[in-house]
Design a protein. Structure first.
Length: 421
């Protein structure tokens, strides 16, 4: 199907669903009427068709050659998939977090690595739309929505991973030698494990402008050609090979004051707001990888014969498939529940996102591992692709906050309130 046809149909579906989605996200009850469900399924089906035709046939090659499929990402952007929950006036699709999760799951069925990069780009685009000045929204928003420019998120540092509030990259405001009327920030430091590092056009950077702790952190929009911005060598990774990953360095990097996002001292709040959505997004990518591997394992178990019958007919295999399906469905329900909480700005949205991310990424990784076991020796071969999904999903338990940090968030909430929400 031609991309223009996808675009026409997707835009039509988005318009049909927008009012229903808005009503849905504001409800205090998780129930939906039949029309909502029909529109929800229509968008899912259209995204699945795009993933099957534009991503699935090429994903193994992207992985094998570490190819970054910019052309396919831009096709996805032409469907509105690069700005899923961004406002319409700058080119966004203005959808709910729930719809975004459904879309990312379908894309991840074909390639979790590429879907995950798209989720990161969506997060940065949303942060600029949500917290940016009108000038920032209009300057960057339309080009981010179309993926004319691509974005990366820069929080993690070589010495501050889980303890993000201890980051050392710092920014100081100085007189601009080239323009006495406009001061600049000068940033020094380094960020690690940055998806899109060296390839993206803008970098949303968290840097310290004040004292120690979260309150001293600010956010900056840093363009690739700003003086003093540099990149390390491309990392050699276990998975996520269809997206580049590199360190991002700042050596007296000059950033105009108008590129401060959200005001001084608010960077950590922005970072955490982005991560609530980022966690459900990466969980949705895990759902997609696990769902695809479950389907393949089910088919393989019905076709593979040992001891005179299909291995699906052995109770051990049937029970394993049953547990895989049950855990996948449970994970999906938790992810969707967290999405609704974020859409509704519920007080427990952060802890629900943490629960969903912890459970879904662990459970889905186990589903993929079980799918590999059902395939036996063939599951270990690249030709069957299960091993690609296993390598891609492994990092989901680390990024956007490790699953150990998710347990910290959950336990703190439980112990402080004395009850489970």
């Amino acid at each position: 199907m031609h991309t223009g046809v996808y675009r026409f149909r997707m835009v039509s579906l988005i318009r049909l669903t927008r009012l229903a989605i808005t009503r849905y996200s504001r409800r205090t009850s998780p129930g939906r009427d039949m029309k909502d469900v029909e529109n929800h399924n229509a968008i899912k089906d259209m995204t699945a068709a795009f993933a099957r035709q534009e991503m699935a046939p090429y994903a193994a090659e992207w992985d094998a050659t570490s190819h970054f499929p910019v052309d396919v990402l831009k096709k996805a952007a032409s469907l509105g998939l690069a700005a899923l929950y961004v406002r319409e006036d700058i080119g966004g699709s203005n959808m709910s977090r729930l719809e975004a999760a459904v879309i990312l799951e379908e894309l991840a069925r074909a390639c979790p690595s590429t879907a995950a990069f798209l989720s990161i780009h969506n997060m940065v685009t949303w942060l600029i739309d949500r917290f940016g000045t009108e000038e920032q929204r209009q300057k960057y928003g339309p080009r981010l929505c179309s993926m004319e420019i691509m974005a990366s998120y820069c929080l993690t540092e070589p010495g501050s991973g889980s303890d993000a509030a201890s980051l050392k990259t710092h920014a100081k405001i100085l007189n601009n030698p080239a323009d006495s009327l406009n001061n600049i920030y000068v940033i020094n430091g380094a960020k690690a494990f940055i998806s899109g590092g060296g390839a993206s056009d803008i970098y949303l950077v968290m840097a310290r402008t004040g004292g120690d702790g979260p309150g001293g952190i600010s956010a900056f929009i840093v363009e690739k050609d700003f003086p003093g911005l540099g990149f390390g060598a491309q990392e050699k990774k276990l998975g996520w090979k269809s997206q580049p990953t590199a360190a991002v360095t700042f050596d007296d990097c000059q950033v105009p004051t108008e590129n401060l996002l959200g005001g001084e001292g608010n960077g950590f709040k922005l970072a955490m707001a982005g991560l609530d959505g980022g966690r459900v997004n990466i969980a949705a990518c895990s759902l997609g990888g696990a769902a695809e591997c479950l389907d393949r394992a089910t088919q393989y178990a019905q076709e593979r014969k040992q001891f005179g019958k299909a291995i699906a007919d052995f109770q051990a295999t049937g029970f394993k498939l049953a547990d895989m399906a049950t855990n996948l469905d449970a994970a999906r329900l938790m992810v969707h529940d967290a999405c609704i909480a974020i859409d509704m700005e519920a007080p427990d949205k952060t802890v629900k996102a943490a629960k969903a991310k912890r459970f879904a990424t662990d459970a889905c990784y186990q589903v993929v591992d079980d799918a590999l076991q059902i395939h036996g020796g063939y599951g270990y071969l690249a030709d069957y692709e299960i091993e690609r999904y296993k390598r891609d999903l492994r990092v989901h338990r680390i990024l956007e906050g490790t699953n150990e940090i998710m347990r910290v968030i959950i336990s703190r909430d439980l112990l402080s309130s004395g009850r489970n929400h």
